[in-house]
Design a protein around this ligand. Structure first.
Ligand code: GLN
Length: 534
C-alpha cells in the first residue's frame, strides 16, 4: 500500500527550461507547508554509470553522502530542500535495462518473453516506489523532453501510476515554453498546445502547466492555454524568468502553485511558511559589495561543469553581502601567457576538482601566484593535491615533485595511490566516494572556520596525500589541519604565514545551501573581500 502522493514533472518544447529547478522549488514549497518530501530524477540515457560521463557534455557529477555519482539536478534538490539524497534518488534507462537483463539471465522471468511493457515499465515503477516510503510527497522529474524516443518507457510507467494508486494520489505537472514573438508583439501558445497534445497522445493529461516565459501571462492567455490544453484556469502558472534561481519558490507561490497542488491532491496542510526564502531574496537584492573570484580549471567553457561550486560561491557571497563575479580561467592559457596576465586583478583564486593531465602546469602556476602574492586561495580535491605539489616543489625544494596521477616516475610522489589501490586497472570502482568523517586540529584556522572539531564532507577521488612527506612538508610550514579519525588520511591543508590559503581533499560545495552557506565558502569570500579592500 503506497501512502505517499506522487508528483510527476515532465518537460516539453525544448530542454533547459528549468525542470530541475522547478522540481526543487515544488519540493521547497511542499516542505514550507510542513510536508515530508523526497525527490528523484529519471535520466533517459543508456549509461549505467553517470559518473563516467564527460562534464563537458553533461555538466557536473553531483556526489551524495552515500557515494552515488548523480545528475546535477540532485544538487538543485538538496540546495532547495532539507532532503539528503542518495543512490536511489537518481536512475538511468541503462540501470533499468541492466537490472532487467540480469534478472532475465538469472531465470527470474521463467521463460517469458521479456518486453518493454510490462518488464521495463515495472522495473521503472519499482524504482519510483522505492523513494515513496516514509514521505508525504514524492516528486519525480522525468529527464528529456516529451516526444523523445528515449523517454517513452518512463512516460508509460508514470501513466500507469494513476491506475495503480488512484487519481487523487498522482499529479502530472508539465513545464513548457510560452515565447514572446517581437514581430507579432504577443506571446505564442502553440508550442505549449503541441507539447500537451504529445503528452495526451500517450495517455497523460497534465494537471498543472508551468509556462516558462519572460513576462507575466495575461489572464486571457492563461484562459486560452487552459481551454486548449484541458486544464483548470488556475492551473496555468506563469514561470517567468527571474534574476536569481532562489526567487523561483516565492514566484511559484505568488502564482498559486502550492495551493493548486494541495487542492488537486486533496491534502490538508498548514499555511506555507516562506519567511526564510523571502529573507534570502531580500538579502540577494541588497548585496552591496563585489568580489572577483578566478576559477582556474579545464571545463571553463561549460559552467554547468562547476554547478555546485558556482552556487556555493554565490552562497558565500550572500552571507557577506557581496555579489560574486566569477572569472573562469583556462589553465592552459596560463601556461602560455603566465599567471599575472589573468590573475592580477583578482580578489581570490580557486582551483577546483578535476581529472587528467591537461592544464596541470597552469594550475600549479596559479597556486604559486596565490601563495606568493598572499591572495586568498581555495583548492578543492585536485586543487588541494596540486597545492601540495606546488608547496613541495617551490617551498621544500623537492624539484619534480608531482602526483603519481600525472608522473608515475616522479622522484617525489607527494600525492599517491594508497598501497592497497595500486595496480587496479579498472578505473570504474576505485574512487573514494561519498561522506567521510574528518577531525579538525584544535586551534587551527580550519577549526575556527567550521566552529567545531568533527565534520563530515563528500569525496570523489582516487589519489591521496602521501604520508611519507608529512614531516618535510609540515616542517616547511604546511599545516595538516584536517585528518581522517584514524589519522591516516590528510583531508585539509593550510599554509602558515598566509592570510587565507586552504586545500581540502573533499568537495565542500556539495553541502552548501543558500539558506545555510558552507563555512569554507563564507570565509573564502570574506577573505577575498578583505583582500580587495572592501
Ligand atoms: N584526479 C584526482 C584524483 O583522482 C582528483 C579528483 C577530483 O578532483 N575530484 O584523486
Amino acid at each position: 500500500m503506497v501512502k505517499a502522493k506522487i508528483i510527476f514533472v515532465t518537460g516539453g518544447v525544448l530542454s533547459s527550461l528549468g525542470k530541475g529547478l522547478s522540481s526543487a522549488s515544488i519540493g521547497a514549497l511542499m516542505e514550507s507547508r510542513g510536508l515530508k518530501i523526497s525527490l528523484q530524477k529519471l535520466d533517459p540515457y543508456i549509461n549505467v554509470d553517470p559518473g563516467t560521463m564527460n562534464p563537458f557534455q553533461h555538466g557536473e557529477v553531483f556526489v551524495t553522502d552515500d557515494g552515488a555519482e548523480t545528475d546535477l539536478d540532485l544538487g538543485h534538490y538538496e540546495r532547495f530542500t532539507n532532503s539528503v539524497l542518495g543512490k536511489k534518488n537518481n536512475f538511468t534507462t541503462g540501470q533499468i535495462y541492466d537490472s532487467v537483463i540480469s534478472k532475465e539471465r538469472q531465470g527470474e522471468y521463467l521463460g517469458k518473453t521479456v518486453q518493454v511493457i510490462p518488464h521495463i515499465t515495472d522495473e521503472i515503477k519499482r524504482h519510483i516506489l522505492a523513494i515513496t516510503k516514509g514521505v508525504d510527497i514524492a516528486i519525480i522529474e522525468i529527464g528529456g523532453t516529451v516526444g523523445d524516443i528515449e523517454s517513452l518507457p518512463f512516460l508509460e510507467a508514470i501513466r500507469q501510476f494513476k491506475f495503480d494508486i488512484g487519481k487523487e494520489n498522482v499529479l502530472y505537472i508539465h513545464l513548457t515554453l510560452v515565447p514572446f514573438l517581437p514581430t507579432a508583439g504577443e506571446v505564442k501558445t502553440k508550442p505549449t498546445q503541441h507539447s500537451v497534445k504529445s503528452l495526451q497522445e500517450i495517455g497523460i493529461q497534465p494537471d498543472i502547466l508551468l509556462c516558462r516565459t519572460d513576462r507575466i501571462l495575461p489572464p486571457e492567455v492563461k484562459l486560452k492555454i487552459a481551454l486548449f490544453c484541458n486544464v483548470d484556469k488556475d492551473a496555468v502558472i506563469t514561470a517567468r524568468d527571474v534574476e536569481s534561481v532562489y526567487e523561483v519558490p516565492v514566484v511559484f507561490h505568488q502564482e498559486g502553485l502550492d495551493d493548486k497542488i494541495v487542492e488537486l491532491l486533496n491534502i490538508w496542510t498548514r499555511a506555507p511558511r516562506l519567511e526564510k526564502w523571502e529573507e534570502l531574496n531580500q538579502k540577494i537584492k541588497a548585496l552591496k559589495h563585489k568580489v572577483t573570484i578566478a576559477i582556474v580549471g579545464k571545463y571553463v567553457s561549460l559552467t554547468d561543469a562547476y554547478k555546485s561550486l558556482n552556487e556555493a560561491l554565490i552562497h558565500g557571497g550572500i552571507s557577506n553581502c557581496s555579489n560574486v563575479e566569477l572569472v573562469y580561467v583556462d589553465s592552459e592559457k596560463i601556461e602560455d601567457k603566465g599567471a599575472d596576465s589573468f590573475l592580477s586583478a583578482i580578489d581570490g583564486i580557486l582551483v577546483p576538482g578535476g581529472f587528467g593531465e591537461r592544464g596541470i602546469a597552469g594550475k600549479i602556476e596559479a597556486i604559486c601566484y596565490a601563495r606568493e602574492k598572499k591572495i586568498p586561495f581555495l583548492g578543492i580535491c585536485l586543487g588541494m593535491q596540486l597545492a601540495v605539489v606546488e608547496f613541495a616543489k617551490n617551498v621544500c625544494g623537492l624539484k619534480d615533485a608531482n602526483s603519481s596521477e600525472f608522473a608515475a616516475d616522479t622522484p617525489y610522489p607527494v600525492i599517491n595511490l594508497l598501497p592497497g589501490q595500486k595496480g587496479i586497472a579498472d578505473k570504474g570502482g576505485t574512487m573514494r566516494l561519498g561522506a567521510y568523517p574528518c577531525v579538525l586540529k584544535k586551534g587551527s584556522k580550519a577549526a575556527a572556520i567550521y566552529g567545531k572539531q568533527n565534520i563530515s564532507e563528500r569525496h570523489r577521488h582516487r589519489f591521496e596525500f602521501n604520508n611519507a612527506y608529512k614531516d618535510i612538508l609540515a616542517g616547511h610550514g604546511l599545516i595538516l589541519s584536517g585528518m581522517s579519525p584514524d589519522g591516516e588520511l590528510v583531508e585539509i591543508i593550510e599554509v602558515k604565514d598566509h592570510p587565507w590559503f586552504f586545500g581540502c581533499q573533499f568537495h565542500p560545495e556539495f553541502k552548501s545551501r543558500p539558506i545555510t552557506p558552507h563555512p569554507m565558502f563564507r570565509e573564502f569570500i570574506r577573505a577575498s573581500l578583505e583582500n580587495r579592500g572592501n
